[in-house]
Design a protein around this ligand. Structure first.
Ligand SMILES: *[C@@H]1O[C@H](CO)[C@@H](O)[C@H](O)[C@H]1NC(C)=O
Ligand SMILES: *[C@@H]1O[C@H](CO)[C@@H](O)[C@H](O)[C@H]1NC(C)=O
Length: 331
């Protein structure tokens, strides 16, 4: 008994020490249970907050209809939640005008798991994580980076804006809210290290990483070279199934040639039709689908299968893709 207690204290000391050293750095983890049958139905939208303009309301309306049919578990926002410059502070009424009063369908009153985009950083970037927003609309959830565990899949939400050099070296007339980010290289290194260890330790059947910026894209922004260099190798080395992003205002699916990783862009939440300019530079990667207009993506996940669908604003399925994993693999 005494030895047992001694051991317990010893373990606590070790764990406690680790906690003090790494505690702030580790990604926060949240849980969202899957349906009783173990499946998940998710809707993904990005680049949306324009007070209903540029077809935002039409996208929202169609999301409501499809969401109802799917019996959604939650919604993912890939960032650029509020245009043009995020929220001014936690009291900004753009929150209601671009979110609460737009996504009114009963099927969309589920938890929204969000990341920040570059436009969100042009306002008060911390405001979007304020507890006050959750009081104003309980479906809102946004942090810079975090992990969402469900029974069958794990989602790793990553803050991608600080990776892009040009916001620091050539911000033009924009002012970015870098509170909590500087010194930048420490922030990026810690984030990548935490992501890498969380991915390595994950036992989830499906590993899905969500960020605002593209890795591979044929859209106007093209590939984000900083993410290709620093994030992509970590995703490939840890058998990530999907990378989901916004930033390019389109719907898009790029398949990688040398791993199972799929690049999925859902950035059609409002303003779109910007043209496609830069097909992926890597010949291994195949652009399977590109749509320049508004819409959203859905994701249905079971133990063995994933299916994605891209919808336009009138509810047409523009592109469908699926894959399966055997019951016993990847555990
Ligand atoms: C709204 O959507 C319709 C149908 O896709 C499209 O024809 C129209 O140009 C869109 N409007 C804007 C402002 O993007
Ligand atoms: C845009 O996409 C179409 C296919 O949808 C392609 O034929 C065209 O070459 C692309 N334009 C540019 C500039 O890459």
């Amino acid at each position: 008994m005494a030895i047992k207690n001694y051991l317990l204290i010893f373990i606590c000391v070790i764990v406690g020490t680790n906690f003090i050293v790494d505690g702030n750095a580790e990604l926060q983890r949240f849980e969202h249970p899957a349906k009783a049958d173990g499946s998940l139905s998710i809707l993904v939208v990005g680049d949306w907050g324009r007070k209903g303009n540029y077809n935002q309301s039409q996208v929202a309306f169609q999301m409501g209809i499809i969401g109802e049919k799917m019996d959604l578990d939650f919604i993912i926002s890939t960032g650029d939640n509020f245009y043009p410059k995020g929220l001014t502070d936690e009291h900004d009424t753009a929150f209601e005008e671009s979110f609460t009063k737009i996504y009114t369908a009963p099927s969309l009153q589920k938890q929204w798991y969000s990341v920040l985009g570059n436009h969100d950083y042009r306002g008060d970037a911390l405001a979007q994580s304020s507890p006050l927003l959750k009081q104003r609309d309980s479906k809102w959830f946004c942090l810079k980076s975090y992990i969402l565990s469900t029974d069958i899949a794990e989602f790793f939400f990553i803050d991608t804006t600080p990776f892009q050099d040009k916001y620091f070296t050539d911000p033009e007339d924009e002012v970015y809210d870098w509170r909590g980010i500087l010194p930048r290289q420490n922030y990026l290194t810690t984030l990548l290290k935490d992501l890498e260890s969380a991915l390595r330790e994950s036992h989830a059947k499906w590993k899905i990483v969500v960020g605002h910026h593209t890795i591979r894209s044929a859209g106007i922004h093209g590939d984000t070279k900083e993410l290709v260099k620093r994030l992509l190798p970590i995703l490939q080395a840890n058998n990530v199934d999907m990378y989901i992003n916004g930033h390019d205002h389109c719907l898009e699916h790029v398949s990688s040639g040398d791993s199972p990783l799929q690049f999925l862009t859902s950035g059609g939440g409002s303003k779109a039709w910007r043209g496609n300019y830069s097909w992926s530079s890597d010949e291994n990667d195949q652009t399977k689908f590109y749509y320049d207009g508004q819409g959203f993506m859905t994701l249905q996940i079971t133990q063995n299968e994933v299916e994605i669908n891209f919808y336009d604003i009138v509810g047409n399925i523009l592109h469908k893709w699926g894959t399966s994993k055997s019951l016993f693999s990847a555990i």
